[in-house]
Design a protein around this ligand. Structure first.
Ligand SMILES: Nc1ncnc2c1ncn2[C@@H]1O[C@H](COP(=O)(O)OP(=O)(O)OP(=O)(O)O)[C@@H](O)[C@H]1O
Length: 250
C-alpha cells in the first residue's frame, strides 16, 4: 500500500522572493489530487520540493512515517515517487520502445547490461509494448523520440514515468502541448492506474481538473487559498474571484 505523502510548513525562498510559504498538505494513498492556481503561484516549486529537485528553506516532507526532506531525488524515485522526465539527450536519439525498455531495465536493476542483452529480455520488451499500447503509442514504437510531434513526446514522458511503476506520480501540466482529444485520452490512462497509485497533478485545463481530480488544492502567491472536493472548490467565492479576476484581465 502506498504511504501518505505529507508536507509540514514547507517553504521555499528564492533570494527575497517567497515562492512557497508554510505549505502543509496531505496526499492520501490513491488520491487524484490537482494543484491549481494562477501563473507563478508556486505549483512547480512545490513539486520540486516534493521530488527533491530543490531543497526547501523551511519545513518538511514525509512519506508515511519517514522524514524524506533530506533525501536525494533518486532515493525518492526508489521509494516510488516519480515525476515525468523531460526527454533528455539520451532518450531523444532513441526509439520510443528503446527508451521505455531502458526505463524498465533501470527499474528492474538491469541497467548494467541492458544494452547488450535487451533483445533477449522478452519480458521487458513485452512490458514496454503493453505500456505503449495503453498510451496509444504502439504504432510509434520504432519512431525516434526526437522526431515525434511535441504532443507525442509528452506521452512518451508519461510512459517513461509509468515504466518506473510509481506509487506516487507527480505530473506537471501533463496536457501542455497535447491536442485536446489526446489529453483526455492521457488523463483516462492516468485515471485507470491502479488505485494504490497516488496521482498529484498540476493542470491549467479546468475541464480536465474538474473531470479527473477528486481533491483540489488552490495555491495563490505561494500559499494555500483553498482545498477541497471539486464541488467545494467550484463553489468557493475566493477561488471564483481569483479565476474571474484572471478572466477579466484576458
Ligand atoms: N530558480 C528560481 N529562481 C528564482 N525564482 C524562481 C525560481 N524558480 C521559480 N521562481 C519563481 O517562483 C515563482 C513561482 O514559480 P512556479 O514555477 O513554482 O509557479 P507555478 O505556479 O508553477 O507557475 P506556472 O503555472 O506559470 O508554471 C515564480 O515567480 C518564479 O519566477
Amino acid at each position: 500500500m502506498t504511504d501518505t505523502l505529507r508536507t509540514e510548513a514547507l517553504s521555499k525562498r528564492w533570494g527575497a522572493f517567497q515562492a512557497n510559504t508554510g505549505l502543509s498538505l496531505t496526499f492520501e494513498p490513491g488520491a487524484r489530487h490537482a494543484l491549481i492556481g494562477p501563473n507563478g503561484a508556486g505549483k512547480t516549486t512545490f513539486i520540486d520540493l516534493l521530488t527533491g529537485a530543490c531543497a526547501p528553506t523551511g519545513g518538511k516532507v514525509f512519506l508515511g512515517a519517514d522524514d524524506i526532506t533530506g533525501l536525494p531525488q533518486h532515493e525518492r524515485v526508489k521509494r516510488g515517487m516519480t515525476r515525468t522526465f523531460q526527454i533528455n539527450t539520451l532518450f531523444a536519439g532513441m526509439t520510443v520502445l528503446e527508451s521505455v525498455v531502458l526505463a524498465i531495465c533501470e527499474r528492474r536493476g538491469l541497467h548494467a547490461t541492458w544494452w547488450k542483452t535487451v533483445e533477449n529480455h522478452d519480458e521487458v520488451v513485452a512490458e514496454a509494448l503493453d505500456l505503449l499500447a495503453t498510451l496509444k503509442l504502439a504504432n510509434d514504437a520504432h519512431a525516434i523520440t526526437r522526431s515525434m510531434a511535441y504532443g507525442k513526446q509528452r506521452l512518451v514522458e508519461i510512459a517513461l514515468a509509468l515504466a518506473t511503476k510509481p506509487k506516487i506520480l507527480l505530473l506537471d501540466e501533463p496536457s501542455a502541448g497535447i491536442p485536446a482529444a489526446e489529453s483526455t485520452a492521457l488523463f483516462e490512462v492516468i485515471a485507470a492506474l491502479p488505485r494504490d497509485v497516488t496521482v498529484v497533478f498540476i493542470e491549467h485545463d479546468m475541464g480536465l481538473v474538474f473531470r479527473f481530480a477528486e481533491r483540489i488544492t488552490v495555491l495563490v502567491g505561494g500559499k494555500v487559498l483553498a482545498e477541497g472536493t471539486p464541488a467545494a472548490i467550484a463553489a468557493d467565492p475566493r477561488v471564483r474571484e481569483v479565476y474571474l479576476g484572471e478572466a477579466e484581465h484576458g
